[in-house]
Every structure is written in structure tokens, then in C-alpha cells.
Ligand binder design. Sequence first.
Ligand code: ZN
Length: 318
Amino acid sequence: MFESKHPAGRAALPPQLHVFVRDWLSSNNILLKSPDGHVLIDSGYGRHSPMTLQLLASARGLGDESLSLLVNTHCHSDHVGGNAAIVRRYDCPIAVPSAEAPLVERWDGKALLYDYCDHRVERFVVDRALPANSNHVWGDLEWIALAAPGHDMGALVFYNAEHRILISGDALWENGFGFVMPPEVDPAAIPATRATLEMIAKLEIRLVIPGHGEPFDDVASALGRARKRIDAFESDSLRVARHALKVNLMFSLLDKQRMPLAQLPDYLDRVGIYREFNALFFGLSPARLAELLVGELVKSTAAKIDAGELVPAFGEAG
Ligand SMILES: [Zn+2]
């Protein structure tokens, strides 16, 4: 948890724009400061709320000043988890993409991937719905909200033409994008992901501020890697399903920090996404599915086994 130290990211940011680079459990927090009111984009994961509040109150954040608006690129748990705590502290309105507002209003834990994926999110209330193609002045900069369906079908990205900056959420990272649903679960997800990449490719972009990872300026290379991934996904839905389960299990591991291997089969049989995907794609016993996913996480060096428990390979960054 620190303000961006990446030379490309830091030097190229307008002074009113501050990026707090977080990790894979919490999304980055982007603060847009203005005498007319400060705006925050994305609030991280719930368990990290104390750190998010600390960051916001720091000298690089708001100090003693107030927050006028909290905006979410999309409503997955790692982007909205701090919403409730931020509203308690700053009493500011929350704006979410129009397509997500009804899901949040009825707290649809399946569509929003909360209880369906065993993600913990404190409930919050939507005050404003942001339509695609709407214009906003945040941090004295003009932003257009663009529909960016794929990883999340209601997601928005925010583009500032003057500085050619894209706030991309999980639609484009330096290396990939947020996991997508296999065609058997949502036939629109992969085509939408591809269309979103093509939409982004048409924008003139100098710097991308992603939902996770450092800001980056080599947009063409990032788009190339993302296209390659979507090509591979398109030809192999088992791979899409396995990837979705793998990243979700890694996310839950970052949340819980330790998962006893002996309890993992029961866990995978209890949590919706694993149970449903297993029935739909793999047809394995929960124990065999656990073995498969643990094997992949260990092989990719994201996780390791310690005294009979699955643990993240790296310490917690916050
Ligand atoms: Zn995310």
C-alpha cells in the first residue's frame, strides 16, 4: 500500500490525481482532488478498510478535508468493500454504474459475486447511477464514463481526453484483465471482453490507471497480451472455467490468509461458484477439485503449503 512510485506513473499524473496502488485483494484507490470537492474512485476490499481510511486521511490523501463523492468502476467486492466504512467516515454519496445499481439495491449476492464467491462485503446504498457515455468533472478534469463489459458486464471505465488517461478498473491490466465467465455461464462475457478491448484500442491513451497494479504507459503491449488471452479463452471454455476458479480461490486465500487443506473439499462443495462450475465443467469429486486447484496455485507460485494449510506465497501487502 503506497502512492505510485512507478516513474512512468508518477511523472505523468496531473497533480490533482493521486493513485494509491494496493494489491490483489483491494483495488487501487484513485483520488481526484479539487477545491470544488474531492472524488475517490474505488474503495478496496472490506477487510482492508482500516488501511483505506488511513490512506485517505494521510497528508497525501485528504488530510482533514472531506470527500464529496465515491465512485465505483464496478461493484465487485475488491472495489466496493470499503464503501460502507467510507460513508460512515465522510458521509459522501456513492455513484455506481447504472447497470449495477439495481443489483446493489437488491443486494444480489450471485450477480455481484459476493456470497456466490464467498466474498465478504458490507452492504451500502447507491445514491447515484452513472450511465455509460455520461460526462463528469472530477478533480478539475473532464471524464467520460465508457461502458466496459466483460469481466463485469456493467462495468465502466473513465477516460480523460486532455491528459489521455484511462481509469480502466478490471477491464485492462498491464498483464491481462479480470476473470471472465465461460460461455456456458454467460455467452455474452467473452465477446463483450473482446469488444471492450477494441473500444479501448480506439482511444488515444498515454497512461492507464488499472484497478490492480501500477499505472502503465505501454498500452499497445498490454492490449496485445489481453487479446492473446481472450483468443485462448475463446477456444477453450474449460480453461476459462479453471482460470475463474483459480483466481477466486486465490482471492479467498488472500482474504483468509490460511485455508486448511483438509477443509478445502467441503469449502469447494459449499461455495456456489466452485460447486456449480464443478458440476458444469469438471464433474470431479470435491477432493479432486481441491487437489487440482491447489496444484495450479502452487505451480504458479501464488500459494504454497505450510503445515497442512494453503497460504499465500507472499506476505500481506495491504
Ligand atoms: Zn478488481
